[in-house]
Structure formats: C-alpha cells, structure tokens
Design a binder for this molecule. Structure first.
Ligand code: SAH
Length: 225
C-alpha cells in the first residue's frame, strides 16, 4: 500500500495469521495469500480492539455489525475465483476490509452498505490506503446495484454477499453474468452454510463450502427487520 511501511508494528501478528490461520488451513491460492499479507486489517479495526487486529475472529465495527474473521475473508475470496478482468459486486461494505481485499484482485469493486456511517468510514480508510478502483453505494443491497450505474457490460462477473441471506436474492442472481460466481452465507439467523454458486443458463448451480455464522442482511430480499 502506498505510503505504508512494510515493517510495521503488526508484521509479526500478520505473519502468524498467514502461517497458522490461512496456509495452515485450506487457503492455497497464492494470489489470495499475497493480498491477505498486504492489506493492513488493523486499519479497519476500531482503536478499542487494535490488539486483536490479526486474531482469527470477528470483531465489532459499530452499528451492531462485525468485520469477518480473516480465514473466512480469505476463504470467500478464494471461492470467488477472481481475475484482473472481473467487475465484482460486494453486498455489505461494513469496515471495508473485504472490499480492500477484493479490489487488489479485481478490475473494479462495486460495494453496497445499508449504514451510511459505515460506508463513510470504509471510504475514508480505503482512500487513505490509496485504493481507487471502488464504487460505493448506500442502500439495500438485496435489491442489487442501481441499474443506471451498472458496469459497461450490464452484469457483474462475481458477487459476494458478506451478510447472511435466507436465499440468494433474485435481483443479485439477475445481475450476475452467465458463467459467473456468487458466494454467500445462506441459512437462518444464527447459523448458515457458505455456498459458492455458478450461474448457468439462468440457474444457480450450488456447492456447499462450510458452516458459518454471519450477521443478517436486512432488506427487501433479505431478512425482515
Ligand atoms: N465485509 C464486511 C463485513 C460486514 S458485516 C467487513 O469486512 O467488514 C455485514 C454488513 O452488511 C454490515 O455492515 C451490514 O450493515 C451490512 N448490511 C446488512 N444488510 C444490508 C443490506 N440490505 N444492504 C447492504 N448492506 C447490508
């Protein structure tokens, strides 16, 4: 990241995260590992929890929301199979940490957050880190990205939902290109299954990855408030 010293006060704990929590489990994609080594998670964590910035657990980020644990961020990123040509839609900007990770692998990231306060603070951190290939939107991400602002192709190549959904919201499936992937925690309040879906001829072919626990996506095509 521009203007940031590589050898910072967190380098040892970041190294430990990479070795034990990511490589020591099933994160094998070298591009994902490189990005997880590069993006400073501490920048996205409130000052009250800085000492846990690289521990493998979710942490509070305000508004009753959480930043996901590093292993899950890496796993969802790996499952999305992003390349440099991809336009990626992320639902649930939160702290902006996952957004930063995606932005390092994709052409452009389009990210939607329900809380203006969280979107603003994520935008400030990402601006400070010099990340520029991101578009922000505040609103109900379960309805998809605003149509007038869609990428030139009219579709997203990849979609990641970082909050729990009862099922994949239909508007999101509709904005995914044929052959594209969508990764999301699907289930009920308190327990979900991480699924990776490939769109084929207007159908989503689903593969189960693992059990997860996310905060809920509240919205028209998500959970009711
Ligand atoms: N990716 C985030 C994790 C955030 S937790 C990170 O790395 O920090 C899930 C986020 O989804 C929360 O910020 C929550 O406010 C947001 N969210 C919930 N319902 C939403 C909706 N309908 N549209 C957009 N964002 C939503």
């Amino acid at each position: 990241m521009p203007g940031r010293q590589k050898k910072d006060g967190f380098s040892a704990s970041r190294e430990r995260m990479l070795t034990w929590d990511l490589k020591g489990r099933d994160i094998t994609d070298p591009r994902v590992l490189a990005v997880m080594a590069e993006v400073p998670r501490d920048e996205f964590i409130p000052s009250s929890h800085q000492s846990q910035a690289y521990s493998d657990g979710p942490l509070p980020i305000g508004m009753g929301q959480t930043i996901s644990q590093p292993y899950i961020v890496a796993l969802m990123t790996q499952e999305l199979r992003i390349d440099r040509g991809c336009d990626v839609l992320e639902i649930g900007t939160g702290s902006g940490y996952q957004t930063a990770v995606l932005s390092k692998l994709a052409k452009k990231v389009y990210t939607v957050e329900r809380f203006g306060e969280l979107a603003e603070s994520a935008q400030a951190v990402l601006g400070r880190l010099g990340v520029s290939n991101i578009e922000f939107h505040v609103g109900d991400g379960s309805c998809g990205w605003p149509v007038p602002k869609l990428p030139p192709s009219g579709y997203f190549d990849r979609i990641m939902i970082t909050a729990a959904v009862p099922q994949i919201p239909a508007p999101l499936a509709g904005q995914l290109v044929d052959g594209g992937f969508i990764v999301a925690p699907v289930g009920c309040r308190g327990s979900q299954t991480l699924v990776s879906c490939r769109k084929k001829e207007d159908k989503l072919i689903e593969r189960i990855v693992c059990d997860v626990r996310f905060v809920r996506l509240l919205g028209k095509h998500g959970f009711e408030q």
